[in-house]
Ligand binder design. Sequence first.
Ligand SMILES: Nc1ncnc2c1ncn2[C@@H]1O[C@H](COP(=O)(O)OP(=O)(O)OP(=O)(O)O)[C@@H](O)[C@H]1O
Ligand SMILES: [Mg+2]
Length: 429
Amino acid sequence: MNRTLSILLVEDDEEDAFFIKNMLSPSNTSLHCQISHLDGPVEALKVLETEHIDVCLFDYRLRDSNGIDLLRQVRAKGYSQPIVFLTGQSDPEVAAEAIKCGATDYRSKNNLTAESLTRCIEMAIQLQREADLRERAEEELKCANDKLLDANLELKNSLQKLQVAQESIIRSEKLASIGRLAAMVCHEVLNPLNIISSHVQTLMRHHSGDPTRDDHYKSMREEIFRIDKILSDLLRFSRKGNMEFQDVDFNEELDFVLSLLEKEMRMDCVQLERDFIQEEVVMKADPDRMRQVFLNLFNNARHAMPQGGVLTVRTKQVVREIWQNRRKEDVRIDPEKIPVRRENFFHIEVADTGSGIPQENMRKIFEPFFTTKPEEKGTGLGLSVCFTIVEQHGGFIEVESEENKGTSIHLWLPIKSCEENIVPVASAT
Ligand SMILES: Nc1ncnc2c1ncn2[C@@H]1O[C@H](COP(=O)(O)OP(=O)(O)OP(=O)(O)O)[C@@H](O)[C@H]1O
Ligand SMILES: [Mg+2]
């Protein structure tokens, strides 16, 4: 050890101090030492605070105090230098207490030699160095562990987002193929249905008079209307083109559809709340199709509140980040690199205080023909039509629901793309 060691010796016995200093003089030890000798604990704490000390040697019996108290204070203040505890006579209890309070080693002054003190100091320094290394390694390990946990969490989030993206694509593709099939079937069925309908009308015109027969005709006509409605819904659901985009004030459209239902809602004890954005937001949209979306959402809410409740329609303008996950090929890209885009959305929330949707049905509600309503009340096409229409407008739908508390359907319709603000997923919130 070539470096000069700074040693703090706290010893109130002048004679003992002399002997110890002598043992550590260059003629008796290979250590290069510079010794600060003090006889009381108060000064010792000051020196530790202001000077660099490599090793401490504390005597057990000090004038107004003892070495154990000093040891406790030194460790309580966070000083980690190796401390060798020295006593006049060998006492195992004192030794145990000293080690418990943070002493690195313990020696009796009775049999102390220059050689044993030198070895003891070297050993204490070595132990301290190992403890420091261990502490640093533990800190690094903890840091690495924290990073691993963060990375794991990020991975979990990315996987979750990927799953949502994948589900959305599967849903879009499923709907698209069902849509194509539906369009074909509808055209095939609508022609003979029109023929049947005109025959029924002819029969009604020319052969009325018998009440039983008239009832049959009426029932046939109603069933034809029902089939016609289902087919028309199906066709609307499958049609991709023929959209008539024009400037639409969404607050106005929502208000219009709500006013159509207001009377019926009141009869059903459903209270209407409008919480619309103050500014006028005009966007390009197909008003007929959007009305169809609103009508279905309001009717769904109404049907979910047979005992009455509150239907709240809220509109807002919100900038939010979304994944560019609408296309199939995007899913295969490394999730870290998939960009998200910030977009300015018109957000419509249709919230009811009704029955809510059971968890097991949440995935099914957008599937064509999924309904929990009796046959005469629902075909199960409403939400799949809504999904298609909203998608055709570049938007998307989100659903929040809690059983027996209510449901909120969120429509997100892009107002203006802000793609210049693309940020990598990793830094997105
Ligand atoms: N607000 C809501 N509260 C509770 N359940 C809902 C709500 N909206 C939709 N649902 C559930 O989702 C199902 C599907 O809704 P969807 O609008 O697609 O079809 P529908 O209302 O049953 O029939 P229709 O074709 O006449 O709209 C409903 O039958 C109902 O179970
Ligand atoms: Mg519906």
